[in-house]
Design a protein around this ligand. Sequence first.
Ligand code: GLN
Length: 241
Amino acid sequence: MEEKNLKISIAHLYPKLLNLYGDMGNIITLKKRCEWRGIDVEFEEINIGDSIKNHDLYFIGGGQDKQQEEVAQELYSHKNELTAQRDDGAVFLGICGGYQLFGHYYQPHDKDKLEGISLMDAYTVAGKKRFIGNVTVKTDLGTLVGFENHSGLTYLQGETKPLGTVVVGNGNNGKDGLEGGRFKNVFGTYLHGSLLPKNPHFADYLIELALEKRYGEKIKLTPLDDKLENETHDSLINKNY
Ligand code: GLN
């Protein structure tokens, strides 16, 4: 199918509350990498109190515990719709706090447990140490670079697989050497940065999955000139400061 006849719908979940460390850059990257190819983008911001329509791709960023609390209850009220969307092949990308809410729960230090929406079989408990710094992750989709700032320790279970293995940094919990999680087309990661501008191969992979969900067939995107993105990516690999 000609890219200029394609369309993709993207929802940004609760950007007014969960949008830490430039996570908005992920939305900008997804939109731009579609528009540069002539793919039409339908975009919707979902805020507290809004209904959630069917989309091909949902993005949620990270935030402090307080903002997570505000979003958790609202997100939980949409659990059934979003689970149906997951089972219909929709793509989800959650960063840090958003990732944590994709699991069964996030247990902060000295507050009540936040119920997650169980899009993936994982759970998170606040640890004593805050993990802050650059992260390099080896994945089946190529290396991913970003940075982490979280005290949450995430543990994957069942059929939920990691995004990859940690080369530099702490990742999910600083113990099992794993970073991120994936179940069906639901992806979570601790990589802020923002993630997608400096990992264009992963951005395109998510767009291709979202197009496959919409059109029911695999669509290989035309490569873009990613010289600048890849130079940035390569300059960050294994940087540990
Ligand atoms: N509040 C969560 C934690 O500290 C998530 C932080 C974030 O989104 N950067 O683990």
